[in-house]
Ligand binder design. Structure first.
Ligand SMILES: NC(=O)c1ccc[n+]([C@@H]2O[C@H](COP(=O)([O-])OP(=O)(O)OC[C@H]3O[C@@H](n4cnc5c(N)ncnc54)[C@H](O)[C@@H]3O)[C@@H](O)[C@H]2O)c1
Length: 306
């Protein structure tokens, strides 16, 4: 997103505390360092965050605790980042920059175990883990500030996002990162369960397109949109595809670790018809090409990511 914004000649301020378990990585801004203002700040540190928000036209509210397993182990930290900090950010917008446009990145995890597929925005919310609950609360705060105080906010419910510059060090955030790392290192990929769980993957370029549309299109205010892909794929088939693209590798189907099984949502794919109809967003990346480019990126730059 920062790279695209720099290309668009926007003035960009990045706020990230680079906490070790997250995807923050200085290498991700290699080449654009001189064109962005980077602030190593925790979003919970309101006195330092507020003056930055006060001067912005747009806020891409992406910083978050993103690990579902970490949230189960340390729910209070997840609340502090994904709920309390969100309230402070919105209070700052309300009192000091009410004309700002906020785009909040939420997650498909707010739906919990799908009752039907593809999941549309009318699907009941029944988060299967603490992180899903806190992200759902984060959404609600944004909607309240939009509806009651006129702080224009749009929510995107992201599904599995992949592409260059994601965290691939371990399985803390998602399965795909560690799969990419293992493939490049020549180790087998672990596919949990029977491998028949479907996922809809979005390339980061498509997600960036959605973030930009949500920011600039006036009609996005007060709206909640799913992202998604038209070609969901079962994990077993995804592993096979990755191995084929990689030109080698193997996968093992192994039982779910108990703590993962407890919060697994089974198959998911999102209905993105609403954002397609309202904001003209459609995912444009081809999965094979996207995965190929991603593998190529990490083969070249792995030293910066693990
Ligand atoms: N990537 C996905 O598949 C996916 C899926 C659903 C939702 N999301 C949402 O998208 C957003 C971005 O996620 P991502 O996948 O890019 O993860 P990421 O870890 O790469 O990015 C999150 C960033 O937030 C920063 N951060 C965490 N806590 C912070 C704090 N207290 N103060 C300041 N910075 C902090 C991290 O250092 C990291 O750079 C998150 O809000 C996440 O919930 C992502």
């Amino acid at each position: 997103l920062a790279r695209r914004l720099v290309d668009l000649e926007a003035q960009v301020i990045l706020v990230d505390n680079l906490f070790p378990g997250g995807g923050g990585n200085h290498f991700n801004i290699a080449g654009i360092e001189s064109k962005v203002q980077f602030e190593n700040i925790d979003v919970r540190d309101t006195p330092r965050v507020a003056p930055l928000i006060e001067k912005c036209d747009f806020l891409f509210n992406l910083a978050g605790q993103t690990s579902h397993h970490f949230a189960m182990a340390d729910p209070q930290t997840d609340v502090s980042v994904n709920c309390c900090a969100q309230l402070s950010i919105l209070e700052t917008c309300r009192h000091h920059n009410p004309s700002i446009k906020v785009v909040f990145s939420s997650t498909r995890q707010v739906y919990g175990v799908p009752q039907y597929l593809p999941v549309d925005e009318q699907h009941p919310l029944s988060p299967a883990d603490i992180n899903g609950i806190n992200k759902a609360a984060g959404e609600s705060y944004h909607m309240i500030y939009h509806n009651l105080y006129g702080v224009r906010a749009c929510i995107l419910r992201l599904t599995n996002t992949y592409g260059p510059r994601m965290r691939v060090k371990d399985a803390r955030q998602n399965f795909l990162g560690i799969w990419l790392r293992r493939l490049i290192e020549g180790s087998p990929i672990d596919v949990f369960g029977d491998g028949r769980q479907a996922r809809d993957l979005n390339h980061v370029n498509d997600v960036v397109n959605a973030l930009l549309l949500a920011a600039v299109r006036e009609e996005s205010g007060g709206q909640i949109f799913n992202l998604g892909a038209s070609d969901p794929i079962e994990l077993r088939d995804l592993a096979t595809l990755l191995i084929e693209i990689n030109g080698g590798g193997e996968f093992r189907v192994v039982p779910f670790p108990a703590e993962r099984k407890a919060i697994d949502i089974g198959s998911y794919c999102g209905n993105y018809g609403l954002i397609r109809d309202r904001l003209d967003w459609v995912p444009q990346s081809c999965l094979e090409e996207g995965l190929e480019g991603t593998l190529k990126f990490y083969r070249e730059h792995y030293r910066h990511y693990w």
